[in-house]
Design a protein around this ligand. Sequence first.
Ligand code: PEP
Ligand code: MN
Length: 368
Amino acid sequence: MIVILKPNVDENSEAFQQTWDSLRKLPNIRLQRHSVLGQQQHLTEIYLVGDTSKIHREEIESLPAVERAIRISDEFRILGRHHDNHRITGFNYNGIHFDQDSLHIFAGLCAVDNPKNVEIMMKALQERRLQCTRMGAYKPRTNPYSFQGHGKACLPYVFELAGKYDIKVIAMEVTHEDHVEEIRETLEKTGNPTGVMVQIGTRNTQNFELLKAIGKQSDFPVLLKRGFGITLREFLNAAEYLASEGNDNVIFCLRGMKTAFSDAHRNMVDFPYVPVVKRLTRMPAGVDPSHSVGSREASPDGILDIFHATAQGVIAGANLILVDFHPYPKDALVDGPQALRLEEMDHFLEDIRIVRAAYEKRLELIKE
Ligand code: PEP
Ligand code: MN
């Protein structure tokens, strides 16, 4: 059971103390306190851990600091929605709000190669008023002899250029908890010119020790990719590892599945699950069309498969698009063949605007 306290309740108040004392007296129940920071308010949730079947919800709801109590399933305790449509569905980070209604585009380099290309990319984003990007510094590669990313060495110029072009959030994959420390140190040394959303890639979705380590810090939100060979429930449970350690600023990201039937694309696009993730959890759901499709093939209508896949995510209500661009794809050190070109950016953004407007019309229709 989750007990949701009244907004902004002071933990030194009498109402809080009285509530806490009553809850503490419940037999064989352990209490876990959890803070949820929404756009306007600060909520405290108390988890009653143990057999709560004999506890009456009404009794809990009559305690002075309690707004309401929700019965929850054992799964996705913190991030789950539990049929309650009033739980906070997002978070603020570095001036940007992420929730199940927002849509943010993280266009950028799959892998950072040199300062010149980082600058071209960020300038292009600023010209289009985009404040988020993706920049790969630590690249998990299938082949140990492939370029592994510039790692820590590129962080200073990536962060400084982000500051110069008013980029607020960089999605950056980490494969080891030390990388988070390197990011934190470099941000501090460069005067915190930008923010980082730590990305956990498809190969590490179920690296539980990594998840626990990253869940222990709350400075950086987390973009968690779905493992390419795991069920949706396994994916949501993986995210719960982050939340159960204290970090519930999580965005889910679908990126396609490896199957024997995905021969037309690098992975089988799984974007119809966007609404499912939003129904089962209270956090935003994003899509990565680049790593799903993995090529620049176009259909006879002239539209690139990556554009089509993006549209399929957006029409389903996706909250984030993670997409590879490169100013000179031929020179890209990783995933050049799937990168979109800067000349395509305006077209790509317009395509998203059209589809998002259609999604918003679908929302109006359902409200009528
Ligand atoms: C990436 O986004 O750069 C990446 C490697 O993605 P994934 O983990 O989904 O393969
Ligand atoms: Mn890539």
